[in-house]
Design a protein around this ligand. Structure first.
Ligand code: GLN
Length: 304
């Protein structure tokens, strides 16, 4: 299968749709609101190390909630089963920043990929050490080059993070968080502000298609059982209230972010990252979703 040719075809089919898709770039902070929607990038890396890319695959973007996959990886690695004492594993069916279920479920977030869940994961990481230093170190090892936080995005996340602050305080009230709310939120806001390219994300996520082993990381990143769990959560919860639709149309573990990126895993084959900033109503990249649908249609690669 000529993967480079397939990515080139997807790029040429979707590029003419840029600006006409009807999606909107995230506008809750200026640094994201001014990102041009007229961008589309796609990159993949196979288990054997073959790479392919097309379009704006080398342009850094704000990975936002895609970071939740990496923070979950750090937390599972250290805590394993104990992580699930205060975090659920069910799809929420609600928007990523929803507060509603926290009340009925006594402060236990439905899953680690909605904002409440990722904030609870950040709390565990704070208890374990210097969370963001660990996260950047992990990403640097996985990409083979340094990864940075965009300071302007991080500051804006903090300046406008009223709903996230509400989620954290609500969970603190229920005893879900052990640490100081401001410290936990600082970790969360900074992880959302990490900037990476499609090529870097496709490389960094490589352990997810290789049973937890990453070619550049040296030692295994996760055990094979832990890797299955992260993939299962990505499939069922990684794209929020569109997770059912993603499973139906694409059938791959995926994790999205409001920066317009989506990473997808084809177990035992490859990891793929698409980026296009215009989002649909569920906060997932519109063209990113279409690109993944085209990729699965052209390659037949899906877990189903
Ligand atoms: N920074 C965003 C938030 O906390 C991340 C959301 C997302 O990417 N879905 O709401």
């Amino acid at each position: 299968m000529d993967l480079q040719l397939i990515l080139d075809q997807i790029n040429s089919e979707l590029r003419p749709l840029l600006g006409t898709s009807g999606g909107k770039v995230a506008s809750y902070i200026p640094a994201l609101a001014r990102v041009s929607p007229l961008q589309f990038g796609i990159a993949l890396r196979t288990c054997e190390g073959e790479v392919a890319q097309a379009g704006d695959s080398a342009v850094p973007f704000s990975i936002q909630s895609m970071s939740k996959m990496f923070s979950l990886t750090l937390a599972i690695r250290s805590l394993d089963e104990a992580l699930w004492d205060r975090i659920g594993r069910e799809p929420s069916g609600s928007p990523f920043n929803s507060l509603v279920q926290l009340e009925t479920e006594r402060g236990i977030p439905r899953n680690p990929f909605i904002n409440a869940g990722a904030i609870a994961v950040a709390d565990r990481l704070v208890s374990l050490g210097d969370a963001n230093v660990e996260l950047l170190a992990l990403l640097g090892r996985l990409c083979g080059e340094p990864i940075r936080i965009d300071a302007e995005v991080a500051q804006s996340e903090a300046d406008t993070g009223f709903r996230n602050t509400a989620l954290a305080n609500f969970m603190k009230g229920f005893g879900t968080l052990d640490n100081d709310v401001a410290t936990v939120l600082d970790v969360y806001f900074q992880q959302c502000a990490i900037a990476m390219t499609c090529e870097q994300v496709a490389c960094a996520a490589g352990y997810l298609c290789r049973d937890g082993r990453h070619p550049l990381a040296g030692v295994p990143v996760l055990s094979s059982a832990q890797t299955r769990r992260v993939n299962a959560l990505m499939l069922t919860c990684g794209t929020y209230d569109a997770a059912g639709e993603f499973a139906f149309r694409i059938g791959l573990p995926c994790k999205s972010g409001v920066g317009g990126g989506i990473v997808a895993v084809v177990p035992d084959r490859l990891t793929l990252c698409v980026w296009s900033p215009a989002l649909d109503a569920t906060g997932n990249s519109l063209l990113g979703r279409q690109a993944l649908e085209l990729f699965v249609a052209k390659t037949g690669l899906s877990v189903f």
